[in-house]
Design a protein. Structure first.
Length: 210
C-alpha cells in the first residue's frame, strides 16, 4: 500500500511526534512542517535542548522533584517550612500548587498513583522514601494532595496506613477540587483554598466511607 506521505523521512518524523501525549497525526504533521520551514540552526538548537534535558536532568534526592541539581531549589530554600510536606503525584502538581502562593512547606513527589489496572503498585512509587522522611523526624504534618479519583483515594489511604505508626498529622486537601478531577487542571483559587482548608485525613475518610 502506498504511503500518503511524499517522503519516508517526513513520515518517520510525523510518527515520532505522534507518540507524544495529546498529539494526533494532523498536529504532528503541522509541527514537522513548521520545523522544516525553520533555519537549520534553530532546529539544531531545538533538538540539542531536548537531548540535554534527557541527559542532564536530575531528580531531587529529597523530594524527587525534577531539578538541575542533586537537591532542588525548593528543598534547598531555608525559608520554607520543613515541618510540613505536601504529597503530590508528579511535578505538574508541584508547579500548580506553587502558582497559588498558598503553601510554604516542602513537597514529596510520588511519581504516580496506585493503579492496579495499569500495573502500578505501591512499590513502583516513592512511598517508602516518604515513610523514611517521616521516620527520620522533623515532619509534623503530611498533606495528601492527590487527584480526587478512585486511584488517588486508594493511594491516600495506603499512605495514611503507612504513616499511622508515626507521630505525624496526616491531612487531605479540601474537596473544593471536584471528585474525579485531576489536580493539575484545578484553577489556582480553588486549589489554593483546598490547601488552606485541608482536613484531618481520618475525618475525611469517615465521610467518604459513608
Amino acid at each position: 500500500m502506498n504511503s500518503a506521505y511524499p517522503s519516508t523521512l517526513l513520515e518517520n518524523a510525523v510518527n515520532e511526534f505522534a507518540r507524544l501525549p495529546g498529539i494526533g497525526r494532523k498536529s504532528a504533521l503541522r509541527l514537522v512542517l513548521h520545523l522544516l520551514r525553520q533555519d537549520e540552526e534553530k532546529v539544531v538548537h531545538f533538538t540539542d535542548t531536548l537531548l540535554k534535558l534527557i541527559q542532564e536532568v536530575k531528580y531531587c534526592a529529597v523530594c524527587h522533584n525534577i531539578s538541575d541539581t542533586e537537591i532542588c531549589s525548593l528543598c534547598a530554600d531555608n525559608r520554607r517550612d520543613r515541618a510540613v510536606v505536601c504529597v503530590v503525584e508528579n511535578v505538574k502538581e508541584v508547579m500548580a500548587i506553587e502558582k497559588t502562593i498558598q503553601f510554604g512547606g516542602l513537597y514529596h513527589v510520588l511519581g504516580g498513583i496506585i493503579s492496579p489496572i495499569d500495573g502500578i503498585g505501591p512499590s513502583d512509587l516513592e512511598i517508602s522514601s516518604l515513610v523514611e522522611r517521616v521516620r527520620n523526624g522533623g515532619i509534623k504534618e503530611v498533606i495528601l494532595a492527590l487527584s480526587a479519583t478512585m486511584e488517588g483515594d486508594t493511594t491516600n489511604f495506603y499512605i495514611f496506613r503507612k504513616l499511622q505508626p508515626y507521630d505525624v498529622k496526616v491531612t487531605i486537601i479540601a474537596r473544593g477540587v471536584s471528585v474525579g478531577d485531576e489536580l493539575e487542571y484545578a484553577d489556582e483559587v480553588t486549589l489554593g483554598r483546598s490547601i488552606l482548608n485541608r482536613t484531618p485525613f481520618d475525618e475525611s475518610y469517615k465521610l467518604l466511607s459513608k
